[in-house]
Design a protein around this ligand. Structure first.
Ligand code: FAD
Ligand code: FAD
Length: 326
C-alpha cells in the first residue's frame, strides 16, 4: 500500500519485520524479496537520487543498455506494490535503537510536514550516496551535462569514454592519484582540471607530464555545449578547451546521517558489512552504494536479495515451523 499523510495512521501501531530506508535499486530489490518471504516491510524513500539520475543503465543483464534509471525504479515500485509492500515518500531523519525494535522518525511532506515514527525489528539501510559535482557559480550549467557525457562513475561509463578527449575534474590530489592512471585504461587523452581547489605536488606533476596528461589549474567558468552534450570548458580567464567527454571525481555525500547515534563500523563514509549485508549491529543491514563494495545496480539488487534472505532465516528460526492445524 502507498502510505500518505492521510492513511499512515493505520500503520502507527504496526511493528514491521523490516524497514528499508531508500527505494533505489537495492531497497526495492530487498523489499520484493522480503514480501515474497511473507515478511512485512516498509520502504521509505525521499526520491531522486542516483538510480533516478542515471540516464542510461549500461550493463544490467537482460535490460537494453539505454534503459533509464527511472524506468528501472518504476518497474521495481510496481513489482513491490504487486506483492503488497508498504511504500512511503519521506525523509528518514533518525533511527533510534530501542532494544527489541527500532524507531524510525520520518519527515513527510515538504510543506506542512508531519513527523511520524514507524517501528521495525530490522533496518536495511539502502539510502546510497550522491556524487559531489564541480562547484560552479551557476550549478544549472553543471546539471545540464552531469550524468550525460559528463560522467561520475568510471566503472559505469569508462566504455563510453574510450579513446575520447576526456576532462578529469578532480577534488583532491588523492583523486588524481587514485583515478587518472586507471582512467587511462579507457582513454589516455586526459586533461585534468583542479578548478584551483588544491595544489598538486611536484612528483605528481612530473608523473602526469611523463604520461602526457595535461594539467589545468585555472578555475572553470562554465561548461560549453548544448542539449546535454558537453563539448568543452571555458576558464575564468576566457580560454576555451575542447573536450568530448568528462569524468567528475570530487568525492560523495553519504546518506547515513539518520544512523549517527548508533555506533557502526565504517570505512570512509561506507558501512562495513559481512557477506549477507549485516553491519556491526546484528539487526542493521546495509546494501548498495552505502556499503563497502562496488557501486553498481546489479550489486545493489543482489545485496537486497542477500539481506532479505538473512533476515528471513532469523525470523523464521525464532518463530519455528508451523503446525498443520485443522
Ligand atoms: P540509490 O539508487 O541512490 O537509492 C537510494 C535511495 O535512498 C534514493 O532514492 C534516495 O533518495 C533515498 N534516500 C537517501 N537518504 C534517504 C533518507 N534519509 N530517507 C529516505 N530516503 C533516502 N550503475 C550501473 O550499474 N550501471 C550504470 O550504467 C550506472 N550509471 C550511472 C550513472 C550515473 C549518472 C550515476 C549517478 C550512477 C550510475 N550508476 C550505474 C550507479 C548506480 O546508480 C548506483 O550504483 C545504484 O543506484 C545504487 O543503488 P542504491 O539502491 O544503493 O542507491
Ligand atoms: P546457470 O544459469 O545454470 O548457467 C550455467 C551454464 O553453464 C548452463 O548453460 C550450463 O549448461 C553450462 N555448463 C555447465 N557445465 C558446463 C561445461 N562443463 N561446459 C560448458 N558449459 C557448461 N532464480 C531466481 O533468482 N529467481 C527465480 O525465480 C528462479 N527460479 C528458478 C526456477 C527454476 C525451475 C530453476 C531451475 C532455477 C530458478 N532460479 C531462480 C535459480 C536460477 O536459475 C539460478 O540461480 C541461475 O540460473 C544461476 O546462474 P548461473 O549462471 O550460476 O548458472
Amino acid at each position: 500500500m502507498k502510505l500518505t499523510k492521510k492513511n499512515l495512521e493505520e500503520r502507527r501501531d504496526r511493528v514491521y519485520d523490516a524497514i528499508v530506508i531508500g527505494g533505489g535499486a537495492g531497497g526495492l530489490s530487498a523489499g520484493i524479496y522480503l514480501q515474497r518471504y511473507r515478511l512485512s516491510s516498509l520502504i521509505i524513500d525521499k526520491g531522486k537520487a542516483r538510480s533516478f539520475w542515471m540516464q542510461e543503465l549500461h550493463n544490467y543483464l537482460g535490460l537494453p543498455p539505454d534503459t533509464p534509471g527511472r524506468v528501472l525504479l518504476k518497474r521495481g515500485e510496481q513489482h513491490y506494490e504487486s506483492v503488497n509492500g508498504d511504500m512511503l515518500n519521506g525523509y528518514v531523519e533518525e533511527v533510534v535503537d530501542e532494544g527489541e525494535t527500532f524507531a524510525v522518525r520520518v519527515k513527510v511532506g515538504r510543506q506542512n510536514s508531519i513527523y511520524p515514527t514507524f517501528r521495525a525489528k530490522y533496518i536495511i539501510a539502502a539510502s546510497g550516496i550522491i556524487d559531489n559535482l564541480v562547484p560552479l557559480e551557476d550549478m544549472r550549467n553543471v546539471f545540464e551535462y552531469a550524468g550525460y557525457n559528463l560522467h561520475v562513475c568510471m566503472v559505469c561509463d569508462g566504455y563510453e569514454m574510450a579513446d575520447k578527449q576526456c576532462g578529469f575534474f578532480a577534488g583532491s590530489e588523492a583523486s588524481i592519484e587514485e583515478m587518472v592512471f586507471n582512467l587511462s585504461w579507457f582513454t589516455p587523452y586526459i586533461t585534468i582540471f583542479t578548478h584551483g581547489l588544491f595544489e598538486v605536488s611536484e612528483p605528481l606533476r612530473q608523473e602526469l607530464r611523463e604520461h602526457g596528461y595535461r594539467l589545468v589549474e585555472t578555475p572553470i567558468k562554465q561548461f560549453l555545449g548544448e542539449n546535454h552534450r558537453m563539448t568543452g570548458v571555458e576558464l575564468v580567464d576566457g580560454t576555451e578547451i575542447g573536450l568530448e567527454t568528462g569524468l567528475i571525481s570530487m568525492g560523495s555525500t553519504y546518506h547515513n546521517t539518520y544512523l549517527k547515534n548508533i555506533p557502526l563500523e565504517m570505512k570512509g563514509g561506507y558501512l562495513i558489512t559481512d557477506k549477507m549485508g549485516r553491519t556491526s549491529h546484528p539487526r542493521i543491514f546495509a546494501i548498495g552504494d552505502l556499503k563497502v563494495g562496488l557501486n553498481q545496480v546489479v550489486v545493489a539488487a543482489g545485496d537486497g536479495a542477500l539481506a532479505a534472505t538473512q533476515i528471513w532465516r532469523e525470523i523464521r528460526r525464532d518463530r519455528g515451523p508451523r503446525r498443520w492445524e485443522e
